[in-house]
Design a protein around this ligand. Structure first.
Ligand SMILES: *[C@@H]1O[C@H](CO)[C@@H](O)[C@H](O)[C@H]1NC(C)=O
Ligand SMILES: *[C@@H]1O[C@H](CO)[C@@H](O)[C@H](O)[C@H]1NC(C)=O
Ligand SMILES: *[C@@H]1O[C@H](CO)[C@@H](O)[C@H](O)[C@H]1NC(C)=O
Length: 396
């Protein structure tokens, strides 16, 4: 193991930052484990190299910016992700009533904005059922981005979701919701001010909802236009940090793949058929990256779907080659020439912030580094960077 003076200095500095970030440790509540990492492979052979598809170290994607510390998807969240040197900074896209692309995770606004306190918007409270691209979703008594104009969205202030009381709230109600164009401008600004590039990885959420009563593929076409306008005005992308699309909606993923040369990450979480050899072959026709919920690599498809009450037709799954064992999933994806983006590696202070079966975040991340995951969606980015550095220093 070679640690240069520079590496040691970086490690010391980042450790100090991590310790500062971790000084507020909420009580971790015990909860009944739903999933057991019974199939967790034991890695006995010496680690010689990164096992990613390209052999490069895995890239860390700041989840909604850095939502562990800042209200998600705000300028502050993206700034913090950049200051923590994330490789990619993630925006989630939604479409306003008047057709503008904005960044927000949920299709609704009550969890992370002050929408409920704005009398002028009270009449827009509604119930909605929609297809996320994977499952049907219903939300009642909420305000939906799809029903508000951009002008109305501009009235909102973003705040931390109160269900996570340990996240700092002193930046609540300061920042507004950004448009996708403003996010892209901010990425350029961060690059100019910090002297380094950041990858963009926009997720198109619920296109079947946002394309309702609009020309077919309106959402996709707007996202493509805004991203390519920005990309055309930007320096050539650094190797390994070019833009990546993400979507749970396979129609949208296929459309983006057919209409752009930007790699597509196919998010998979609720559809049993994708976790079979034939399912992966099907995804490989258009996706360059498969992005599964992390538990699929540990507990496996059957356990995940049982825990979620998602049923499957055993005969159909058998015909598709059966569920791939969790310990084989990474290799099966790589064998088809696709990279892996696993999500979400939470701040360790969050209840069950690491996958069940692991005793801490180091054990969790080291497992995912060992199986060769190419991208990780992370929170507390500095902590993840320190662990990536430690793992890299252990390679012989
Ligand atoms: C939404 O549905 C609930 C029942 O689940 C009903 O009480 C409420 O009035 C509905 N709200 C609207 C705005 O339609
Ligand atoms: C970006 O540049 C390409 C190649 O020069 C061009 O074909 C495309 O129309 C441009 N896109 C936009 C949105 O300006
Ligand atoms: C699954 O179904 C059981 C029994 O109906 C229920 O108790 C449990 O909460 C459900 N779990 C999920 C994740 O929906």
């Amino acid at each position: 193991m070679i640690i240069t003076v520079r590496t040691a200095a970086v490690l010391l500095l980042t450790t100090i930052v991590v310790l500062a970030l971790l000084n507020h440790r909420p009580h971790l509540l015990a909860s009944a484990p739903l999933l057991v990492a019974s199939n967790k492979p034991q890695w006995k052979e010496p680690r010689k190299a990164w096992h990613t598809l390209t052999g490069a170290r895995p890239r860390l994607i700041g989840h909604r910016g850095e939502k562990a510390f800042m209200p998600e998807h705000t300028r502050a969240s993206y700034w913090q992700a950049a200051l923590e040197s994330a490789d990619y900074i993630e925006p989630d896209l939604a479409v306003t009533q008047d057709g503008h692309l904005v960044v927000n995770h949920n299709e609704w606004l009550g969890d992370n904005t002050n929408v409920a306190e704005i009398p002028a918007l009270a009449h827009l409270r509604a119930n909605k059922t929609w297809d996320t691209g994977e499952v049907s979703m219903t939300k009642t008594n909420e305000w939906f981005i799809a029903d508000l104009t951009l002008e109305q969205i501009r009235m909102l202030r973003v705040r931390q979701d109160p269900r996570y009381p340990w996240r700092p709230s002193h930046f609540d109600n300061v920042f507004g919701v950004l448009t996708f164009a403003e996010y892209l401008e901010l990425i350029s600004e961060l690059t100019a001010r910090l002297g380094r590039p950041f990858g963009v990885v926009p997720e198109l959420k619920s296109p079947k909802l946002y394309n309702r009563d609009r020309p077919p593929h309106y959402f996709e076409d707007q996202a493509i236009r805004l991203l390519s306008e920005w990309a055309n005005s930007t320096e050539p992308f650094s190797a390994g940090l070019g833009p990546v699309w993400q979507s749970f909606d396979q129609d949208t993923a296929e459309y983006l793949a057919a209409h752009t040369s930007i790699p597509v990450a196919s998010l998979v979480e609720n559809q049993p058929r994708w976790f079979t050899p034939t399912g992966l072959n099907r995804l490989a026709r258009f996706a360059q990256i498969i992005a599964p919920w992390k538990d699929f690599f540990v507990a496996g498809a059957e356990s995940v779907f049982l825990a979620r009450n998602i049923t499957w037709n055993s005969k159909e799954i058998e015909k598709l080659g059966g569920f791939i064992k969790p310990s084989d999933l990474a290799r099966e994806i790589h064998q088809r020439g696709m990279e892996i983006a696993a999500y979400t590696f939470y701040d360790e202070r969050q209840q069950m912030g690491y996958t069940r079966g692991f005793k801490n975040r180091e054990e969790e991340l080291f497992y995912f580094f060992t199986i060769g995951v190419d991208y990780l969606f992370v929170e507390n980015i500095v902590e993840a960077r320190v662990l990536r550095q430690r793992f890299g220093d252990l390679l012989i």
